[in-house]
Every structure is written in structure tokens, then in C-alpha cells.
Ligand binder design. Structure first.
Ligand SMILES: Cc1cc2nc3c(=O)[nH]c(=O)nc-3n(C[C@H](O)[C@H](O)[C@H](O)COP(=O)(O)OP(=O)(O)OC[C@H]3O[C@@H](n4cnc5c(N)ncnc54)[C@H](O)[C@@H]3O)c2cc1C
Length: 456
């Protein structure tokens, strides 16, 4: 039987970072098992016909100094910085992101709607909101009816795919910029100077797509430490043995989960009926990502948001502008994103036709454009849905897993809306907890959980 002190399920950035930090900080054996033939997970890249396609846009937003040092060290010279060129397309015009701070250029009545509504909410805010408001009521209160109607509500309906009165605001803190009244006015007059949001600049590998980051992690791990093509099939939490495709039984002292939490609960036992019921309350959506290679440099933008219902996608991006190596010389690489509730039957041929038609109607594709290649890369578990059931259900599941000595981390293990930098930090914190080292000084992260005994 294969044995490991720490068995890590999933070879995405969370799993790779955990293994990397366990090696760097301690003397324990760890094994990563990944079901796909290569590492990277959602931050992976697929090569086809001279194009490199990520699972939609995957850009490095580096805010934490430690994470930044590590990521830049891993990528070495293979990284470039970019200033965001992102826009909203509505009413037939492009306005810079974020919508709420850049309404100049929209039809006059739309600008008036947005600015007057925003100023009314500032000067006459009305009754205060409950502690945990719905996203819909929060938007109306925060931005007023115009900005809500013209962007916030239709865009988020397309992304989250549930009534926004059922969506919480727990996810939005760093993702939705909140300009001041002066900034909204400046943006309506075409005088906006400020770049808003967590992603106003980003980095991206010069070569190899975002896969280059996972490959750089892999190169720093021990030979054999990561086993690909090895799906975990069953997990006995009492005996601490997992059944893994191609490896058979693997015994472990501690388990780190990074695969989607609902899948983990389905594979693991014994777990109580309350935990299984809580798993049944977790919701997520699937992102249908169509990638196109076009025989023309189709755009100088990085990505564009589409709030209007007449377009079947919520975002379209141009990955040849992240790295020229993502497409052959002179060609354009487009990624198109649409979301659906998990489990909903989707006719990909119809969706593809609707997407191509939408791209032509908004002018991204021209008649006569030659498609060189196309590739669907659906992300089955794309966005964790923050409805009102999520927080209590998640707390119940994670508490039960902690009692069994399981760490569940990363975007899908911890069941949250997060990005790559945070995922890498999750792996570091997890390794430190496993080794009983506590949180790194000045990180602001919680210390290790007293319920989980460290390995030393
Ligand atoms: C549409 C979209 C756009 C995004 N854009 C950005 C961006 O621009 N910038 C950014 O920083 N972040 C972005 N992210 C977030 C980023 O993808 C994640 O934070 C990060 O990749 C999550 O890594 P992870 O290891 O937690 O999960 P994953 O990458 O999902 O890794 C989990 C791994 O587990 C494997 N697995 C699943 N089941 C099994 C099994 N039974 N046995 C073994 N292995 C299994 C999977 O194959 C996968 O490799 C985006 C995410 C999405 C969905």
C-alpha cells in the first residue's frame, strides 16, 4: 500500500502550493493525486493549432507581498506586467470598467439615470439595510436604480444565474468597486482619471499561458510527489485510507482536500446525514467557455463585459493581448464566457451559434473572418453561488471535516470566490497548520486550528 504523511487531493494551485510549502517548511512526506493528465486544474492551459487557451482569462493580481515574491520567483523572467484595458459594452458603445465610474459616452438619458439615481442614494439613503442584505437590495442602496438597472443587476444575473434577491453580498467586497459621488460625476463628464478595482494591473506569463505557473511549481516538487491521471475514488476517513485510480489504496496521516467540496463529501465516509444534507444545499454554476482562434488580430482590448440580455455571454476576452505567444503571428485568440446553473442541460451547438451571432452583432467578428480553430473548455464547477444557504451549510461541513482531521482548502475545497494568489496562500497556510507552525508573521491570517493536531 502507498503511504504518505499528507495526502493532497487535487493538483491545482492549492494542492501544488501545499506540497511546495510542506517541502520547504518541514520534513513530512506528501503525495498529490490529480485526476487530469496534467497539473494546474482551473489554472491550466490547453494547446491547439498553435493557440494556447486558458480556462477563460487567468490573470495574476498580486497584492500580497509574500505571494508576489513567490510567484515572481517561480516564473523568473517568464512574466510581463500589463495595465488593464477592460470595458463594458452596452447601448452600442464601449465604456471603461467599472461601469459605475465611467458612464461618459452612454446615451444621455442613461447617464442621467445613473448619475441622478446615485446622487439620490447619497443624499437620501433611506432606511438602513439588514446585516446580511440581498445583492439586489444592496445594489439599489449602494448605486441607485440607474446603475443597478443598466449594469449591476443584469450583469450579475447573467453571471450568477439566480434571482439576485437570493444572492448575498458576502463575496463582493473586493470585486465590486464603490466610487464616491465625486468620482461618479467625474466619470459622467469624461474626466475619470482613477483606475478602480483589484485588477487595474496584472501580470501574465510571457510564454506557456497560465499553465506556466503550475508547471513552475511542479518543477520544484520531488520526482513522483505528484501523480497525474489518478482520480481519488473513495475516502475512508476513519481508517485514513483513500482509493486512488492507478495507485490503489493510499494510507495517510492527514488529508488535504482541494477538489470541489460537494464531490469530496460524495466520496468520503463516514459522514453524518446532517453533513450530507448540508452538501445538498451547496449551489454552483458551470461556466461554458468557448475559445476561438481567428485569422486576424480582432481587438486591442483585454476583456469586455456584456450586461445586456441580447448577448448570450457575460464576458469576452482576447488572450493574444495577454501574451503574443498565445496565438500565431497576426491571429487573435478570443474566449467567450456564459454561465448556467450546475446540472442544467445545455445544447452546446445552439449556444455556440448564439455566441457567434452575438460576436458578429457587437462587431467583434466581421463577416468574412476566418476561424482557425475552436475549443470548448467548460468549467463544471465555475463559481460557488453565495446564496443564503451557503454559509451555514459550509460551516457544518467544514466543522465535521476538521473533526476528522481534514483540511479543505482552495477555491473549491473551501467553497468560495477567490483567485490564484489567495489559493497559493491557502496552500501555504495549510502547510503551516499541518506542521504546527502558525500563521506567518504579519499575514493577518488566522492561526492554526486547535482542533487539528499538527503532524510534529
Ligand atoms: C471563470 C474563471 C475565471 C478566473 N479568472 C481568474 C483570474 O483572472 N485571476 C485569478 O487569480 N484567478 C482566477 N480564477 C480563479 C482561479 O482559477 C482559482 O483561484 C484557482 O485556480 C483555484 O485553484 P484550486 O487548486 O483551488 O482549484 P482547481 O484548480 O479546481 O484544482 C482542483 C484540482 O482537483 C482535481 N480533481 C477534481 N476531482 C478530483 C478527483 N476525484 N481526484 C483527483 N483530483 C481531482 C481537478 O482536476 C483540479 O486539478 C478564475 C476562476 C474561474 C472559474
Amino acid at each position: 500500500m502507498t503511504k504518505a504523511d499528507v495526502l493532497i487531493l487535487g493538483g491545482g494551485l492549492a494542492g501544488l502550493s501545499t506540497a511546495y510549502h510542506l517541502n520547504a517548511l518541514g520534513r513530512v512526506s506528501s503525495l498529490v493525486v490529480e485526476k487530469n493528465p496534467s497539473v494546474g486544474g482551473t489554472a491550466g492551459t490547453v494547446a491547439q493549432d498553435g493557440f494556447l487557451f486558458d480556462y477563460t482569462g487567468h490573470l495574476l493580481h498580486l497584492h500580497d507581498e509574500r505571494a508576489k515574491r513567490l510567484i515572481l520567483d517561480l516564473l523568473g523572467r517568464n512574466v510581463a506586467s500589463h495595465r488593464r484595458r477592460s470595458f463594458i459594452y452596452s447601448h452600442g458603445v464601449h465604456t471603461p470598467y467599472p461601469f459605475q465610474a465611467n458612464t461618459f459616452g452612454l446615451p444621455e438619458r442613461v447617464v442621467e439615470d445613473c448619475v441622478a439615481g446615485f446622487l439620490r442614494t447619497v443624499h437620501r439613503p433611506g432606511p438602513s439595510l439588514p446585516a446580511n442584505p440581498s445583492f439586489e437590495s444592496w445594489c439599489l442602496r449602494q448605486f441607485g436604480p440607474g446603475i443597478s438597472r443598466h449594469f449591476m443587476l443584469p450583469y450579475n444575473r447573467k453571471l450568477w444565474r439566480l434571482p439576485l434577491s437570493k444572492l448575498t453580498t458576502e463575496w463582493q467586497g473586493r470585486f465590486v468597486p464603490r466610487p464616491s459621488a465625486a468620482e461618479v460625476l467625474c466619470g459622467a463628464l469624461g474626466a475619470q482619471k482613477k483606475a478602480f478595482g483589484y485588477n487595474s494591473s496584472f501580470r501574465y506569463p510571457r510564454r506557456g499561458g497560465i499553465q506556466a505557473l503550475s508547471d513552475a511549481f511542479l518543477a520544484r516538487l520531488r520526482p513522483g510527489q505528484v501523480q497525474v491521471g489518478c482520480a481519488v475514488q473513495k475516502i475512508d476517513l476513519r481508517q485514513r485510507v483513500a482509493v486512488v485510480e492507478g495507485l490503489g489504496e493510499v494510507s495517510f496521516k492527514r488529508l488535504v482536500n482541494t477538489i470541489p467540496l460537494p464531490d469530496f463529501v460524495d466520496l468520503a465516509w463516514p459522514l453524518s446525514s446532517e453533513v450530507r444534507a448540508a452538501r445538498g444545499r451547496l449551489r454552483w454554476n458551470t461556466v461554458y467557455n468557448l475559445n476561438l482562434g481567428v485569422a486576424r488580430d480582432v481587438s486591442d482590448k483585454h476583456w469586455v463585459y456584456f450586461p445586456e440580455a441580447r448577448y448570450p455571454f457575460y464576458r469576452v476576452g482576447f488572450s493574444h493581448n495577454f501574451s503574443r505567444a498565445n496565438a500565431p503571428a497576426g491571429a487573435g485568440a478570443i474566449y467567450i464566457e456564459a454561465a448556467r446553473p450546475a446540472g442544467e442541460a445545455v445544447d452546446l451547438v445552439r449556444l455556440e451559434n448564439a455566441m457567434l451571432d452575438g460576436l458578429r452583432r457587437c462587431g467583434i467578428l466581421r463577416s468574412g473572418d476566418r476561424l482557425l480553430t475552436k475549443l470548448w473548455l467548460p468549467i463544471r464547477c465555475g463559481y460557488v453561488v453565495y446564496d443564503f444557504a451557503r454559509t451555514p451549510a459550509l460551516a457544518r461541513i467544514l466543522a465535521a471535516l476538521r473533526r476528522r482531521g481534514v483540511e479543505s482548502i482552495g477555491r473549491y475545497g473551501a467553497w468560495k470566490y477567490s483567485f490564484m494568489e489567495e489559493t497559493i496562500l491557502d496552500g501555504e497556510r495549510c502547510a503551516r497548520r499541518l506542521l504546527g507552525l502558525g500563521a506567518p508573521a504579519g499575514s493577518g491570517a488566522p492561526g492554526w486550528d486547535a482542533e487539528l493536531r499538527p503532524l510534529r
